[in-house]
Design a protein around this ligand. Structure first.
Ligand code: HEC
Ligand code: HEC
Ligand code: HEC
Length: 150
């Protein structure tokens, strides 16, 4: 008898829990966080150039990648520190868009329809911390950099 009463209480608590907003959130539990440098080892300590490099016979270096952007000037001599020197042109002041906006678009878009299939999202969890570094001492977020690798 006592057991049945306890079970009834458990059941009503469970029903209440299911009906509460908390239960709705729990049903949509987000995937585990990929936060390189915080939760996992940082595989891309130099940001861009840690990924955009030569892999076997494939050339993913940035001068090679940017050849696919129609009309892009050759950057191989002008850019020595990546992505810092991209801002020699990508100031966001004239006609050339700001670096943050072009970089965010190519890795998460270019539009929301492309996000789920973007290789940066499918292959690298789309983590901001592939490129950004979060210093928990100061709370500041910076962009990782590295020397040109071409
Ligand atoms: C963790 C790996 C990774 C890091 C770090 C990374 N990228 Fe990428 N990048 C990718 C992948 C994957 C793609 C291909 C996305 C797609 O599916 O279109 C890409 C695409 C690009 C493209 C588009 C090339 C094209 O064909 O249009 C450019 C430009 C680019 N990245 C520049 C950068 C810059 C600049 C940085 C640093 C600020 C950077 N990337 C950091 C993985 C990375
Ligand atoms: C010499 C100047 C210059 C430098 C240096 C430069 N860019 Fe550009 N970039 C341009 C210009 C000009 C365009 C516009 C091309 C067009 O749309 O006609 C552009 C466009 C782009 C685009 C395409 C934007 C879009 O919306 O289609 C990407 C991505 C890009 N740049 C990434 C980079 C990265 C990453 C670097 C550094 C590794 C870099 N650029 C360095 C001049 C430069
Ligand atoms: C592929 C590399 C890359 C990824 C991934 C990335 N960023 Fe950035 N982010 C940059 C670069 C490069 C800049 C420009 C830095 C500069 O101007 O000095 C930037 C600038 C910014 C800025 C400064 C605002 C501005 O417009 O200049 C903010 C805020 C920001 N990122 C937030 C994020 C957040 C949030 C995410 C994850 C959802 C993210 N970024 C993912 C490369 C990246």
């Amino acid at each position: 008898m006592k057991n049945i009463r306890t079970m009834a209480i458990f059941a009503s608590v469970a029903i209440l829990a299911l009906a509460s907003p908390l239960a709705i959130f729990a049903a949509d539990t987000p995937p585990a966080a990929y936060l390189p440098g915080l939760l996992q080892a940082d595989q891309t300590p130099n940001g861009c150039v840690s990924c955009h490099a030569k892999h076997g016979d494939k050339d993913y270096t940035l001068p090679a990648e940017l050849k696919r952007v129609k009309g892009h000037p050759d950057i191989s001599k002008m850019v020595k520190e990546v992505p810092t020197d991209c801002e020699k042109c990508h100031t966001g002041k004239g006609k050339i868009p700001a670096l943050a906006s072009v970089v965010h678009k190519v890795h998460f878009g270019p539009t929301a329809e492309n996000t789920a299939t973007n290789h940066f999202v499918t292959g690298y969890s789309g983590s901001c911390l592939n490129c950004h570094k979060l210093d928990l001492g100061t709370g500041a977020m910076t962009v990782k950099t590295g020397p040109a690798n071409w």
